[in-house]
Design a protein around this ligand. Structure first.
Ligand code: HEM
Length: 125
């Protein structure tokens, strides 16, 4: 059964462009991780002002392996630069303004789901 891991990022209005730019230049290493199935960066439009980093994995173990991998660390080099104490847990420090090297997100929260049902489009012949 696939699992969905959503990293929910708090991003100030002035850091949105910076965040999206960083994702546009992201390491691109998640694509080759074993058990990786899907990634989407979701920009908030209505109902929330938080970005969601949607990822789907074949299993919990595949996600855990990726999180402990060098690929994950490389993919979060900038985000971790001024967070100081690693990544993937806790809150990044408040950054204020500035588009420097610090994390573009001022907070991160990991949500976990199991995929219960899914569907893809069916095209009639
Ligand atoms: C403190 C926690 C985290 C923060 C602040 C954060 C933020 C970011 C940022 C800003 C980037 C763009 C690259 C960069 O700036 O270096 C990135 C990449 C990415 N993040 Fe996170 N992230 C965190 C943890 C996680 C977790 C737990 C997941 C799992 C769902 C995740 C999924 C991803 C993915 C898939 C990429 C693209 C990596 C690649 O291209 O290989 N992140 N993250």
């Amino acid at each position: 059964m696939s699992v969905v891991k959503i990293n929910v990022l708090t991003v100030s209005a002035e850091m949105r462009d910076e965040l999206e730019k960083r994702f546009a230049n992201r390491a691109g290493m998640v694509e080759t991780a074993d058990g990786f199935e899907w990634f989407e960066l979701l920009r908030p439009v209505e109902g929330t002002d938080r970005y969601m980093v949607y990822t789907r994995w074949r299993s919990e173990e595949d996600f855990q392996r990726w999180q402990e991998s060098r690929a994950f660390q490389a993919g979060h080099a900038q985000a971790a630069a001024e967070a100081g104490h690693g990544h993937g847990h806790g809150q990044a420090p408040q950054q204020g303004h500035g588009h420097g090297q610090g994390p573009a997100a001022s907070g991160a929260e990991l949500w976990s789901f199991e995929v219960v049902q899914s569907a893809t489009p069916k095209h009639s012949a």
